[in-house]
Design a protein around this ligand. Structure first.
Ligand SMILES: [Zn+2]
Length: 183
């Protein structure tokens, strides 16, 4: 009679091994040490990330790139891609001074530590801020026959995301049309 011993795949090196106990997940002492060190590094990173998140003042509407990276738990390159795609509104105040719209970030990732969904902040809403989906402030003023400063006032009042490219400020057509057409 052949007894097939149950084999497992080591979580570190992926080799098959015969576990000593039902809970064994590593093939060897070496792999178990590697896994332990990895967990320690991860915990340190997670602690640092939480410290950054904790240090963000609650009332600041914009957050920096390192703060957004910590808040989202994503790579910096991913964040820059989302900003480039216009999925996260950001203001570029110079190469090292990108400011990310905090509310949008929090709404995109509502399960993050400081961003538990609340009544005031219930929905994940993504805005398309590509040029073709936006009006400039001047276009809005002209289209709806109001002054630039009124446009800015309404944008603030309705928390409409804006994006600045060069000297022009852009706001999503869908949001602008919905506030002025409902009057
Ligand atoms: Zn192994």
């Amino acid at each position: 009679m052949v007894i097939n011993k149950i084999q497992k795949q080591c979580e570190v090196c992926n080799e098959l091994f015969t576990p000593k106990t039902v809970t064994s997940v590593y093939c060897s002492r070496h792999c178990s040490d590697v896994a332990y060190r990895k967990r320690k590094v991860q915990k340190k990173k997670e602690d640092q990330r939480r410290a950054v998140i904790e240090s963000i003042p609650d009332d600041r509407p914009y957050i920096s790139v390192p703060e957004a990276v910590a808040l989202l738990g994503i790579a910096k390159s991913t964040l820059y891609r989302l900003v480039r795609q216009g999925r996260i509104p950001a203001i570029n105040l110079g190469t090292r001074l990108v400011r990310i719209d905090r509310v949008t970030v929090e709404q995109m990732f509502p399960d993050q530590p400081k961003t538990l969904p609340t009544k005031e902040n219930p929905a994940v809403k993504l805005y398309r801020l590509e040029r073709e989906d936006c009006y400039t402030i001047g276009e809005i003023a002209k289209k709806f026959g109001i002054s630039d400063s009124s446009v800015y006032k309404h944008i603030r009042k309705f928390s409409i995301p804006i994006r600045q490219i060069g000297k022009f400020v852009y706001a999503p057509k869908t949001e602008i049309d919905s506030i002025y057409n409902s009057r």
